[in-house]
Design a protein around this ligand. Sequence first.
Ligand code: SF4
Length: 438
Amino acid sequence: MRYLLTTFGCQMNLADAQRLRGILARLGFEETQAEEEADLILFNTCCVRQHAEQRLLSRVQALTDLKRRNPGLLIGIAGCMAQNHQATLFSLLPLVDLVFGPNDIESLPDLLAQARRGRATGEFATRGGFTGEEADGIILDRPFSAFVNIIRGCTNFCSYCIVPTVRGPEVSRPPDEVISFVADLVARGVIEITLLGQNVNAYGRDLGLTEGFVALLERLQGVPGLRWIRFLTSHPRDFTPAAVDRLARLDKVCEQFHLPVQAGSDRILALMNRGYTRDRYLDLVRRVRAAIPGACVTTDLICGFPSETEAEFEETLALVREVRFESAYMYYFSPRPGTRAASLPGLLPEEERKHRLARLIELQNRISWEESQKLVGRTLPVLFEGHSERTPGHLLGKTRTGRAVDCAAPPTLIGTIHPVRIDRARAWTLSGTLVPPA
Ligand code: SF4
């Protein structure tokens, strides 16, 4: 039997996709990229913005004809949108046979069995866990690199965000489990891990640990054979100066820091319930850059938040000019039903929100391009991840700061780290020359 899995959204969903593949392989399924060949079509969904949900609805409706031609085909919806809408999805999308949330991945075998018996069912646990998440139970996109969930859910309740509602409260995976999970991955050939959580800096708080995250990093630093450690997503409120200092001593931890700021105005940050001020954020960035040479700082930004004035938007632009992020994910505010911000007064016209976003993107793109130019002439270690889609005979890799590098290199170097001299920089991709071994 064959399955087609499509994953939308964030890295947490990519990590869940590793588990979904593992479960389906154990059930004897093989993966296919062709809808026509599939016996199961599974969507691992996102609901962080209205657009993501619209896209899923149209993707499923587009399967109407295929399902008519292949009545045995099963269609499933997993992930955050499944949790957000639950069983109502069966009436919204009559084609669908099974629906389950991000905390119910282990229920897939049972849901499939019921679906085959013609019973369309769903599972929607409100609290996450790590049951069944074993290194030999997941299938990696790349054998040398793995996403590692360390904390599920979120209790920050930023006023615009639906995640706490769909992924539940913070649940940290015990440190010993994380260490043995990673050691097993390394034994399988993994050299790079990306630790994941909605807020990794809160890691261990629910286990009664203080500075649990940096303590975990210190233990992972000691795992033999592990080369690079990345993590996301951080929360500026919980990223302490002490953690920055301790983290700076760990040479396996890559100099890549995704620090979502969201806005530059203290009044808007308070309305967002972010829990920090503009100055507190700027101080964190200064500390990271002072303690970690070459640190790359990226962020998330929302413009056009309800009641945001032109002057407050200017504060966001000024913060972007001051910090000079290497890159940023930028959005205009879209109200999410079920969030507090959806009922805040002062919703700006969509045209105005779009206009602010366009101004923000223009500024950030210029800064990203200028910051990229500073890398030209430097020699950087690059982990080669695969073949370049742009240039035949080239490989594509990532630097420790997460920059994409296109470089002429033999396929035998995929999955290994090598120095590359950067010859040219575009806003998002660098190109360079492999530095021959000394
Ligand atoms: S920290 Fe805020 S924005 Fe991030 S997942 Fe939690 S509630 Fe959402």
